[in-house]
Design a protein around this ligand. Structure first.
Ligand code: SAH
Length: 337
C-alpha cells in the first residue's frame, strides 16, 4: 500500500491494531501533507522501530513529473506512473487562488464523440495515491497551497468510484491537504447508480454533470453513456441528488457549432431544467485535430446564454484556460507525445 492513498481513519485503525496510540495517524499526516517529507526516517517524533515498521508496511513512492508546459495563467503537468503510463493535470491561477484539474483514469471508456481524452480506451483506473500525488507534487512544484480541486481531467471519476472517494477523503481531511469539500468538484458524464451512491456520502462537494444536449436523441449521438442511462432518468436522478444533499448542481454544456447551439435547443434546455437548483456552465468547445466538431460562434453562445437567462436559468460562460498548450478541457491525453 502506498502511504498517500490511506485515509486517516484507516491509519488510526492500523496503529490501534499494532498496539500504538491512534493520534500517531495525525502526526504522520502532518509529516506527509504539511511538512511534505519524503521518507519515514524524517519523521523525528516517531521512534525508530516504528519508522522501520511503517517503511515495511507502506510504500512512499511518488509518481514523476515528466514534463511541464506553461502558458500565462496555466501550467500543464505530464506525470509518469510506475507502470509507464501517463496522465496529465492542469494548474490554473485565478484571482482567488489556484485550482488544479486532476485525472482519474488512464484513458477513458465513455467514448464521448467530442472528447480527445477518450480516444485512448481505459487502460486502468488510477489508485487514490496517484491522484493525491498529482495534487501534492504540483503544490510542491508551485511552492504554494492549492485552493480547489476539480476532478475533470482524463477519465470518468464515477467509473473509478472507490479510489476517487478515498482520494477525496484524503485531500479533504483537515490534517491532510485540507481542501474544503466546497472547493472540490467532481464532474461526471452521468453514471446514474453512482450518482445515487454519491448522494449518500454526506460530502459537501460540488457535483457537475456533463449534459451537452437538451434531448435524448441528440445526447445519444454525442455521448454513448446516454444509451445506458438516458437523459430522462438522469434528470430525475439529479433532482433526487439535489433533494438529498441540498447542494446546487452544475450542468456542463459544451457549445458545438450547428450541433447543439440553436435557439430551439436553448429553449428546450431551459424547459428541461426549469425549477431545478442548478446552474448551467456553457463551455466554449476546444477543437482538436482529430475530431470534426467546431466551436460555436460567439454570437450563438451569447444568444444561447440570453435565452437561458430570460427563461430563468442561472447560467455562466466558462472562462477559458490553456488552449495554447493543449491543456484545456477535452484536450488532455494519456500519451507522452
Ligand atoms: N468524465 C467526466 C470528466 C472529464 S471531462 C465528465 O464527462 O464530466 C471534463 C469536461 O470537459 C466534461 O464536461 C467534458 O464533456 C468536457 N469536454 C470534453 N471535451 C471537450 C472539448 N474538446 N472542449 C471542451 N470541453 C470538453
Amino acid at each position: 500500500m502506498n502511504i498517500y492513498g490511506i485515509k486517516r481513519i484507516d491509519l488510526e485503525e492500523y496503529f490501534l491494531q499494532n498496539g500504538e496510540k491512534k493520534f500517531k495517524a495525525v502526526q504522520i499526516y502532518e509529516w506527509l501533507y504539511d511538512k511534505k517529507v519524503s521518507s519515514f526516517s524524517e519523521m523525528t517524533n516517531i521512534k525508530k522501530e516504528l519508522q522501520d515498521k511503517l517503511a515495511k508496511d507502506f510504500s512512499f513512492e511518488m509518481i514523476k513529473i515528466k514534463k511541464k508546459q506553461e502558458d500565462k495563467l496555466v501550467k500543464k503537468y505530464l506525470f509518469e506512473l510506475f507502470d509507464g503510463n501517463y496522465v496529465e493535470a492542469v494548474l490554473m491561477e485565478h484571482d482567488y487562488g489556484y485550482s488544479i484539474c486532476v485525472s482519474s483514469q488512464v484513458g477513458c471508456n465513455m467514448g464521448c464523440a467530442f472528447c480527445e481524452s477518450g480516444r485512448l480506451k481505459k487502460v486502468r483506473d488510477l489508485e487514490a495515491f496517484e491522484m493525491v500525488e498529482q495534487v501534492l507534487l504540483v503544490e510542491k512544484d508551485l511552492g504554494k497551497r492549492i485552493d480547489s480541486v476539480v476532478i475533470m481531467g482524463i477519465g470518468e471519476p464515477l467509473d473509478n468510484y472507490d479510489n476517487v472517494m478515498n482520494f477525496i477523503r484524503v485531500i479533504n481531511d483537515p490534517k491532510g491537504v485540507s481542501i474544503g469539500a466546497r472547493h472540490i468538484t467532481l464532474s461526471t458524464c452521468g453514471l446514474i447508480p453512482k450518482i445515487k451512491e454519491l448522494a449518500e456520502e454526506e460530502l459537501q462537494i460540488n457535483l457537475a454533470i456533463s449534459l451537452h444536449a437538451p434531448n435524448t436523441q441528440l445526447r445519444d449521438k454525442l455521448m454513448p453513456i446516454n444509451k445506458a442511462y438516458p437523459l430522462k432518468d438522469l434528470i430525475k436522478t439529479i433532482k433526487e441528488y439535489i433533494e438529498k444533499t441540498n447542494r446546487r448542481v452544475t450542468i456542463e454544456y459544451i457549445m458545438l457549432q450547428d450541433v447543439n447551439d440553436n435557439e430551439t435547443q436553448a429553449k428546450e434546455l431551459a424547459s428541461l431544467l426549469k425549477g431545478m437548483n442548478v446552474y448551467v456552465n456553457l463551455i466554449p468547445y476546444n477543437e482538436t485535430n482529430h475530431i470534426e466538431f467546431k466551436r460555436a460562434k460567439k454570437t450563438q453562445v451569447m444568444n444561447f446564454y440570453d435565452i437561458l437567462k430570460k427563461m430563468g436559468i442561472n447560467v455562466t460562460i466558462r472562462k477559458e484556460f490553456g488552449g495554447k498548450i493543449d491543456a484545456a478541457c477535452g484536450q488532455l491525453r494519456s500519451k507522452e507525445v
